[in-house]
Design a protein around this ligand. Structure first.
Ligand SMILES: Cc1ncc(COP(=O)(O)O)c(C=O)c1O
Length: 378
């Protein structure tokens, strides 16, 4: 199979419009944005323009955007940065069982620092029940962190409903929107969140940049202490090069037509696989509340990694890993209680701006051929 990239949830290419916007900051405008002379002016202005572009996508104030090195840092800043100043008030955090490691690991760290963390379960479609969040909240809870959309199966969580619950309790709500920004609406007021994570390389910006939205009034301790960059919330000389890339990407990201095209291709891939393989495949994730880009399919009783290894040109992901002959199932699918013989066969296809109908048709054809060929020998 020729090279086909269906792993946009892992990373996106830098958009053709984004790269030229960054060019002048690679070549000419090297000044430190904090300096007080002419060399600082273009860099400082560009960073503030980028902040405005990111804020426009989230419908928030410019000063509520803190630039970070990516989604992982934004998540760490949200969790540790909130837990620290609020420790006199409480030490309990609520999150879910299907979060990205960039949430689960800081939570594990915080438990070592004396916090306690409750993990709300998900149903078979990967959906959190807001009532479980309500029940998990105690008088010691200072933060709820539930991802907006899951990276593996694409299930979209009911953040608006959870936001009403945290609002009623006066508790901060963070959402990891690394996968949802640019794919579905992420207005912070509509979602009712106080903190929201963006990862640049999931929205056609470069790697190494992201942002955390921090609602005005929410106090946050920096992870990196130093000079007062980013309103005292993240020390370190800002990169105009990277923030300009993120800003330009966010300006492009809100196009609903582009996403509808991706959704139609995603559905076409699913329909073709279903037509060829019928009940030998199963959909993982919510049939309706799911990212338009994401199709996680289980090829029943066949390791997803084995299928992908037969199709060298195809870049897609399997959540399950094979270690010393044993298949380790994806923690997300385990949390969804997907039966092992189904979970082992999961492949995540994630589509994006560059995906085409010809690619989708070729992948459906190639995957079905590999599955049926090997299946008949088994
Ligand atoms: C849901 C989610 N959160 C956080 C991250 C981490 O983002 P970054 O790679 O920018 O650190 C990812 C990346 O895969 C992700 O999918």
């Amino acid at each position: 199979m020729r090279r086909i990239y269906l792993d946009y949830n892992a990373s996106t290419p830098i958009d053709l419009v984004v790269a030229p916007a960054m060019g002048p900051f690679l070549e000419d405008h090297f000044g430190n944005p904090s300096s007080g002379h002419w060399a600082a002016t273009p860099a400082k202005a560009a960073i503030e323009k980028a902040r405005g572009q990111v804020a426009a996508l989230l419908a928030c104030h410019d000063d509520e955007i803190v630039f970070t090195s990516g989604g992982s840092e934004a998540n760490n800043l949200a969790l540790k940065g909130v837990a620290w100043p609020l420790k006199a008030k409480g030490d309990h955090i609520v999150t879910s069982t299907v979060e990205h490691p960039a949430i689960l690991e800081p939570c594990r760290f915080l438990t070592q620092c004396g916090c306690s963390v409750s993990f709300v379960p998900v149903d078979g479609a990967g959906h959190v029940d807001p009532d479980d969040v309500r029940r998990a909240i105690t008088s010691k809870t200072v933060l709820v962190s539930i991802m907006h959309a899951n990276n593996e199966v694409g299930t979209i969580q009911p953040i608006e409903q959870i936001g009403r619950i945290t609002g009623d309790h006066g508790i901060l709500l963070h959402t990891d929107a690394a996968q949802s920004v640019g794919k579905i609406a992420t207005s912070v007021d509509a979602l009712g969140v106080d903190l929201l994570t963006i990862a640049g390389h999931k929205v056609y910006a470069p790697k190494g940049v992201g942002a955390l939205y921090v609602r005005r009034g929410a106090s946050i301790e920096p992870l990196i202490h130093g000079a007062g960059h980013e309103g005292g919330r993240r020390a370190g000389t800002e990169s105009a090069l990277l923030t300009v890339g993120l800003g330009a990407a966010c300006e492009l990201a809100g196009d609903p037509e582009a996403m509808e095209r991706v959704r139609a291709l995603r559905d076409r891939l699913w329909q073709q696989l279903q037509a060829k393989l019928g009940n030998r495949i199963a959909l993982n994730g919510h049939p309706e509340y799911r990212l338009p880009s994401t199709l996680n399919v289980s090829f029943i009783r066949r390791p997803g990694s084995e299928i992908l290894s037969q199709l060298e040109g195809l870049a897609a992901s399997t959540g399950s890993a094979c270690h010393s002959g044993r298949i380790e199932l994806s923690p997300v699918l385990r949390a969804m209680r997907i039966a092992p013989e189904i979970a082992m066969g999961a492949i995540r296809f994630s589509l994006g701006r560059g995906s085409t109908q010809a690619e989708v048709d070729e992948v459906a054809q190639g995957i079905s051929r590999v599955f049926l060929e090997r299946g008949s020998h088994a």
